[in-house]
Each structure stands twice: as structure tokens, then as C-alpha cells.
Design a binder for this molecule. Structure first.
Ligand SMILES: *[C@@H]1O[C@H](CO)[C@@H](O)[C@H](O)[C@H]1NC(C)=O
Length: 283
């Protein structure tokens, strides 16, 4: 009897463990992987996915599903110490072709003790010269932080933890990533030619492997049903479908711009000698 009870309680414990693990086993269920990808569980049963960059390869995961509008978030813990030359990303894209749409959050690594830069960008019909880049107000490698993209037919919103840092608005007469379904991607790659101080500081392979960890992925998003048929959307879509920033949230965007902005395409006269893109002068 005592033995039977113990066996039973072990069985229950195993079942509970399996249930909590599967509740947060997002990687293989929702994504395909490429290159160096490792999946583990932390002590809370939460799946932690690591992308690893060594001299042979980087790593990536890409959603099986395409979405048309949604709120996408993930927690990330970036490469500690020397991450110069590396690029770590969380982004949406409609594909690789010309005329593609894309929404990016990319972390450009740096030498030990030098600040990482978060590049946000929006591509519409293949045009992606719309970067806002920020330094962060914390060390993104010391702990997990939540990075969120809200994409609806009114604007694209970027958020770091609870703070909004950018809203890219839609104007009826200007390009906007509005029509093409996009998949979700996370990547870690060698961006030596570009990432750090305009490519001056390269990846130092003596410090490899470089590891980035992701956990707590969430996509609250609509999926397209094919030509002209309505989207399937989860319950409670209103939470993000009509989301635009309120006055207080525009305040955090202004705070981030004032204190942490590293680059704003709307201020790069060298790059746009014939005048800035039209949205730069609208508000
Ligand atoms: C890296 O550090 C240098 C020096 O502090 C800084 O100028 C640069 O903006 C930092 N970030 C990147 C991505 O180069």
C-alpha cells in the first residue's frame, strides 16, 4: 500500500512536471531552427532557448506560422562582456524578396564595458531606411528583459519592458507594412562588417562561443486564412489591434529619445541629401 501510494505520487509528480513543461515548450512547437540552437528548461519548468555563435555558424529560429497583425514579445538575455561584431535579433519579416516588409529589433554588440545599441527599424515594400537606435538604461546581458513589437494597421510600436520607445505611424499616402503576412524570427550572427562602431570593431573569435538566451515567447496575433478570407484572431484582440500610444506613453518615447537615442534617420542629412522621408515631418 505504501509502495503503491509512492508510485502513484511519483506518477502524479511526473504528470505535473510534463504538464508545466509542455505549457512552456514553445520552441519546437512554434518554430523551426537553423544552426546552433539549444533548448533547456530552467528550474521553473520554463523553456530557455539559446542561440550560439561560433566561427562555424550562428543560430536562428523561425515561426512555422505567418501572422497579420499582433503583439509579439520575448525575454532576452544578451551576450555578456565582449559582444563586438555580433548581432542578436527578434524580428518579423514577410520574406526575403524585393518589396518585402519587416519590423526589426536588433542588438548591435560592443566591446566589454561599451554600450550595446538596440536598432529598431520598419521596412515597407523593401524600403528600410527608417532606423531609430537606442542605448539601453540597463545592462541587457545581466538579466532577462522583455522586448515587444505591437503591429496593427495604425502603427508599429516598440517596447522595452514596460516602456514604449517608438511608434511608427501609418499615413494613408506613405508606405507601411500593412498587407503582407509576416513570420517571427530570432537570430544571432556575425555582423562584423556593420554592427560595432560602423564595422571598425570585429568579432573576436577568442571569446567565442557567444550565447544569447530567449524565454517566455508570446504571440497574441491573427493568422491569415488565405486569399481574401477573414483573419483568425485570438479572443481579446482589441487589446492590441487598436493600440496607439496615449499621452503618457508618448512621454516615455520622448524620454527614450532625449536620453538614450543613438541614431535617428530623420536627423541624418548626410544620408538623405535630397530631403528626409515624408513621415519625418508629420506628427
Ligand atoms: C560601442 O561603444 C562605442 C564607444 O563607447 C560607442 O561609440 C558605440 O556607439 C557603441 N555601440 C556600437 C554598436 O558601436
Amino acid at each position: 500500500m505504501a509502495l503503491a501510494r509512492r508510485v502513484l505520487s511519483v506518477a502524479v509528480a511526473v504528470a505535473l512536471l510534463a504538464a508545466s513543461a509542455s505549457a512552456d515548450s514553445w520552441l519546437y512547437e512554434k518554430f523551426t531552427t537553423d544552426g546552433n540552437v539549444r533548448a533547456d528548461y530552467n528550474s521553473q519548468g520554463q523553456q530557455v532557448t539559446s542561440l550560439i555563435l561560433n566561427q562555424q555558424s550562428g543560430g536562428a529560429f523561425s515561426s512555422r506560422q505567418k501572422y497579420l497583425y499582433g503583439e509579439f514579445s520575448i525575454q532576452m538575455k544578451l551576450i555578456p562582456r565582449n559582444s563586438a561584431g555580433t548581432v542578436t535579433s527578434f524580428y518579423l519579416t514577410s520574406g526575403d524578396g524585393p518589396g518585402h516588409d519587416e519590423i526589426d529589433m536588433e542588438f548591435m554588440g560592443n566591446s566589454s564595458g561599451q554600450p550595446v545599441v538596440l536598432n529598431t527599424n520598419v521596412w515597407a515594400n523593401g524600403d528600410g531606411k527608417k532606423e531609430h537606435q537606442f542605448y539601453l538604461w540597463f545592462d541587457p546581458s545581466a538579466d532577462y528583459h522583455t522586448y515587444t513589437i505591437i503591429w496593427n494597421d495604425k502603427n508599429v510600436i516598440f517596447k522595452v519592458d514596460d516602456l514604449f520607445i517608438r511608434s511608427f505611424k501609418r499615413y494613408a499616402d506613405l508606405p507601411y507594412p500593412g498587407g503582407k503576412p509576416m513570420s517571427v524570427h530570432a537570430t544571432l550572427w556575425d555582423g562584423s562588417y556593420w554592427a560595432t562602431q560602423q564595422g571598425k570593431v570585429k568579432v573576436d573569435w577568442a571569446d567565442s562561443p557567444f550565447v544569447v538566451s530567449y524565454r517566455g515567447y508570446n504571440a497574441d496575433a491573427c493568422t491569415p486564412n488565405g486569399d481574401g478570407r477573414p483573419l483568425s484572431c485570438p479572443a481579446g484582440t482589441d487589446r492590441w489591434m487598436n493600440r496607439q500610444l496615449n499621452t503618457a506613453e508618448w512621454g516615455t518615447v520622448a524620454w527614450a529619445k532625449k536620453n538614450y537615442m543613438h541614431y535617428d534617420y530623420c536627423e541624418d542629412g548626410w544620408r538623405f541629401p535630397k530631403g528626409f522621408p515624408a513621415e519625418c515631418s508629420r506628427h
